[in-house]
Design a protein around this ligand. Structure first.
Ligand code: HEC
Length: 148
């Protein structure tokens, strides 16, 4: 019986140890079930359509692919981010003080709902809590080109 006490302390420590902020854990911070539904679908879409370049952890790739995690450029405008997902992006941009000049291909087959789900995922992890982005918001954003 005596031996159980240190063992339960150990379990307690394992359960409470701070988890690293990788993508699995960040989804767990979403409490609104509507946001969660979109974010789960968005995570899969992100892995399939974006993760190869921007990486699962959103950190991008060196000087070639800009980060999405903690990206000032991404956070500046949801309208522009939605536009980029559908229509791609080329030309020089500055992300967190670093210059990028590659081409991101358009994804014309992504639907407004899919873009809404990807956006909801990306805007509610890594410390952000922007709530649900709806497909009607996305449709509205895709009608007018935002300032770049
Ligand atoms: C083939 C690689 C590739 C894929 C796939 C891709 N991107 Fe990009 N993305 C880029 C590159 C390269 C840039 C920078 C373009 C430039 O230099 O002008 C970029 C720029 C961006 C930006 C603006 C800059 C920033 O980092 O904030 C956003 C937002 C973005 N991408 C989101 C996405 C999302 C969401 C997806 C999936 C739907 C996606 N990208 C798929 C390569 C890619």
């Amino acid at each position: 019986m005596k031996n159980l006490i240190p063992f339960s302390f150990l379990l307690f420590f394992i359960a409470c140890a701070p988890k690293s902020s990788n993508d699995e854990n960040t989804l767990a911070k979403i409490s609104d079930p509507e946001v969660m539904k979109y974010a789960i679908a968005g995570k899969t879409l992100y892995e399939n359509h974006c993760g190869n370049c921007h990486q699962s952890n959103g950190e991008g790739l060196g000087n070639l692919i800009p980060p999405l995690k903690d990206s000032d450029y991404f956070k500046e405008s949801i309208h522009r981010a939605v536009w980029i997902m559908k229509y791609g992006q080329k030309g020089e941009i500055t992300v967190n003080g670093k210059t990028f000049n590659q081409e991101m291909p358009a994804s014309p087959r992504l639907t407004p709902l899919e873009i809404a789900q990807i956006s909801t995922y990306l805007l509610n992890i890594w410390g952000m809590e922007e709530g649900k982005i709806t497909s009607s918001e996305v449709e509205k954003y895709l009608k007018t080109k935002p300032p770049f």
